[in-house]
Design a protein around this ligand. Structure first.
Ligand SMILES: [Zn+2]
Length: 68
């Protein structure tokens, strides 16, 4: 299981997802105006560390519950 961070600077936040999250599938890993950025991480800890390093507010996805 790996994790994916979705970074949005237009609506500033970073969301942490499990790789299998349906919310990610919905977006297909691409964003219309290119304001979203996806990064893969091997562990939740890595994802969280990356998310914190962006300086944006960090949220766990409420659909896939990445932290659990
Ligand atoms: Zn999710």
């Amino acid at each position: 299981m790996s994790f994916i961070t979705y970074e949005n600077r237009a609506n500033p936040h970073v969301t942490i997802h499990k790789e299998s999250c349906n919310q990610l599938r919905k977006h297909g890993g691409k964003h219309v105006n290119n304001q979203g950025k996806y990064e893969n991480h091997l562990t939740y800890k890595d994802a969280l560390q990356y998310a914190n390093s962006t300086g944006l507010p960090v949220k766990d996805c409420s659909f896939c519950n990445a932290a659990n």
